[in-house]
Ligand binder design. Structure first.
Ligand SMILES: NC(=O)c1ccc[n+]([C@@H]2O[C@H](COP(=O)([O-])OP(=O)(O)OC[C@H]3O[C@@H](n4cnc5c(N)ncnc54)[C@H](O)[C@@H]3O)[C@@H](O)[C@H]2O)c1
Length: 397
């Protein structure tokens, strides 16, 4: 499903401009320009969405490369690989990275365009990124380095930046947490920095932040938005698993046992093996179980690390059940993806949806974004219900 197809957008805009239920002067100018068939860029450009990245790892690399890749395309029809070329009138080109933080000496002090390709990152290089002028700041290490990554990461000796102050100076509006999954303490610390700098916060990691009422309340009290936890993938193994189970059980098949096991090669797979195997397993198993209206033996989210796979991931699915007259069936499936690009399209949707939320003056945990884009939202919904809630949120005033 794509939101805001050109025709329905124009109809919606006519209504918006007529009823003047717009939130900001720039928004009114932008919409009026489209209704009057002028290029909005020539009349009034929507201010770019100013994003700060915590952790310049593989996901950050895919995100920054994606902004450049899609920004270079002339026609929207060329935007292959995006769920929503435009969302709320915004394209990926409307996203701008204004600050970034890491701890590795191969990234800290370097321009973001160089840092995203520095080792140990191994996300594929799909585009050349010109010098950005954004120098990666040093963040405090805290629990950002685990046992398994201590021989891989090379900690910079540069002094730690004042993170809240840097976010404020960069005029960042959204902070995206892309720390290693075991960095629980650091994730919470950066959440505090986002609050202090008055930024919305995206927790893409499997640490529990947006799903904890206390954080949602603090963001609400500060008039800011919070979304998370644990980003879903665009071509996600959990979604594929759940869809298969839903389809089978809807047709009367009784699933008795099922598992999904991953093998990957990025630093994050190593990290998962070492520090977050259990958390990941809980999140994914709970999520897959919710696809069945009855109890079955479910195991999902166990990860193995194979270094030569680089940033690739192989997911293995096994489903066993019975159908008519107790006849057995089995599915044995392998699904291969590359990890980092799998986060790009969903992150683009999250960032643009957060701009919409801010324009609507929403605060605290933004339930439709969380349910649509995260594996452990504060309120769980089926894939279909989450899709509908997100569409309604994006298109309705
Ligand atoms: N498709 C996906 O890749 C996907 C999907 C869902 C969730 N996630 C989550 O996104 C997060 C990032 O994944 P990734 O593959 O980019 O990981 P990564 O290991 O490639 O990147 C993590 C980065 O954080 C940096 N870092 C460590 N401690 C730090 C600190 N204290 N301050 C600042 N930077 C620090 C590391 O040097 C590294 O550059 C993970 O938590 C992962 O679970 C990823």
């Amino acid at each position: 499903m794509r939101y805001n197809s050109p025709l329905s957008l124009e109809e919606k805009l006519r209504f918006k401009v007529k009823s003047s239920n717009l939130n900001s002067i720039t928004e009114i100018a932008f919409y009026k320009a489209i209704v009057n068939k002028k290029s909005p860029n020539k009349v009034a450009k929507m201010p770019k969405i100013r994003v700060a990245l915590i952790g310049v790892g593989n996901c950050a690399s895919a995100f920054v490369q994606g902004i450049e890749y899609y920004g270079n395309l002339k026609q929207e029809e060329e935007y292959v690989g995006l769920r929503n070329p435009r969302l709320g009138g915004l394209s990926p080109d409307d996203i701008e990275v204004v600050a970034a933080f890491d701890v590795d000496e191969r990234k800290v002090g370097k321009d973001l365009a160089e840092a995203i390709f520095a080792k140990p990152n191994n996300a594929p290089r799909v585009v050349e990124v010109p010098v950005t002028g954004i120098i990666v700041n040093k963040g405090p290490v805290m629990d950002g380095v685990g046992k398994s990554t201590q021989n891989i990461l090379q900690i910079s000796t540069l002094p730690d930046a004042n993170v809240a102050e840097t976010l404020r100076a960069a005029n960042a509006e959204i902070v995206i947490n892309l720390l290693p999954s075991g960095a629980n303490q650091a994730s919470r610390w950066y959440t505090e920095q986002a609050l202090a700098a008055r930024c919305a916060f995206v927790n893409a990691t499997p640490n529990f932040i947006a799903s904890e009422a206390i954080w949602a309340r603090r963001f609400e009290e500060n008039g800011l938005q919070l979304v998370g936890d644990d980003l879903v993938d665009q071509a996600g193994s959990t979604a594929l698993h759940k869809t298969l189970l839903e389809l089978l059980s809807m047709n009367g098949v009784k699933i008795t046992e099922t598992y999904q096991l991953d093998v990957g090669g990025g630093t994050e797979s190593l990290e998962t093996l070492d520090r977050t195997r259990e958390t990941k397993r809980i999140i994914k198993t709970e999520s897959v179980e919710s696809a069945l209206p009855y109890k079955a033996e479910v195991v999902a989210g166990s990860t193995e690390y194979v270094d030569f796979l680089q940033n690739k991931r192989d997911s293995y699915f096994w489903i066993s059940g019975v159908y008519f007259c107790n006849t057995p069936l089995q599915i044995d499936l392998k699904f291969s993806t590359v990890d980092a690009p799998n986060a790009g399209s969903v992150l683009f949707d999250v960032v643009r949806a957060l701009r919409i939320a801010a324009d609507k003056k929403l605060k605290g945990s933004i339930v439709p974004i969380c349910a649509y884009a995260f594996k452990r939202p504060p309120k769980k919904m089926s894939i279909e219900t989450a899709e509908k809630a997100f569409e309604k949120f994006v298109t309705e005033d």
